[in-house]
Design a protein around this ligand. Sequence first.
Ligand SMILES: Cc1ncc(COP(=O)(O)O)c(C=O)c1O
Length: 390
Amino acid sequence: MVISIPEFEKKVKEIKVHLEQLLQNEKSYDHVLSSMCTPPSDLTRFIASEFAEINLGDPGLFPKTVELEKEVLEEIAQILNAPKNWVGSTTSGGSESNLIGCWAARNWCKEKKAITNGKILLPKSAHISFEKTIDILGLEIDWIPLTATHQIDLEIVKEKIDSRTVALVGIAGTTRTGVCDDIPALSEIAVDNKIPLHVDAAHGGMILPFLDDIGMASPSFDFENEGVTSITIDNHKILGSLIPGGNIIFRSQEYTTTIEKRISYLSDSQTRQITITGTRPGNSVIAAWVLLKHFRKEFIISRVKHSMELTKYLLKLLKGIPTLELAFEPTLNILGFSTNKMTTEELVGELRKSNWDLSIFNQWVRIVVMPHFTKEMVDKFIKVLKEVLK
Ligand SMILES: Cc1ncc(COP(=O)(O)O)c(C=O)c1O
């Protein structure tokens, strides 16, 4: 059946209206307390649609966007205090970056130490992407318990290291508590044992470096620490760039030569990729470039400040509810609590009935205070929470 142009245009209008109605509830973050993502600005939305056709997987066709990607990576490398020989790539986000970091570590150990049946030491707080990673890479996990401060237990790390260990992993801002592992200490262990150390700063990487700008302690987690060989850091979390968008940065090319693939069939016939994905969205990188190069450090600081101030505000209100128990004192923009009135599943279920989205981690309900939070939103939530706990 052939559709005439007027018919097609009519259909487009109808579909737009239909989509607006169908997805209207999915567009608002007004009641979302569970996400590490946050809605993009109008400018970012404009970039999303205006540059939707740009594919960074075929750099010969889009040389200007390739330059912008280099500039994004330079900014990120600077944020992470990377040494001058760093290499890296933009990725689809934290999961892909973690996979690439561990892939490179496994191959480096195979080449340098002839390890073929490797193990990775992972803190119990590691994001689920590491479980996917070890499955894909055919590695074993040695789970490392956490200390009372929710950090990787360094004594157990030292005990568990053996001749099959191909990577240590530290988390700079865990998904469940926001806590930063003791990366300087992990780095020393990594150097002493000549084992790559991958740091997952998917969430914390865009927050921790800016905490001292707002008068808070900023733990060291980046390439200042000699043993850190690769770092994951996302653009689609607190920065608010387009979904999906992240980065992986390596200390030097030494760690990427064994994973790099040269692709001859693309338009510049010399493309080299260290990513899992081939086709990659240019608009996400352009959006990150605008945020990092035009709005700069001050923009990130204002978002971090906003989120941390509202975290403190929300914390104070939560502490005022006698039937709630805090799971930990927050160090970043993540809060956790439980109640003796009902299970965490019941609590989240009750709040969901009033449209509030929260997530469950271990024994507690988790809130991530992102830039879309407002004081009014927090006040509304606390009112509902008190009702539910009555
Ligand atoms: C610490 C950490 N690492 C990795 C990821 C995975 O990131 P993505 O969802 O971008 O793949 C997350 C996501 O929440 C995270 O919190």
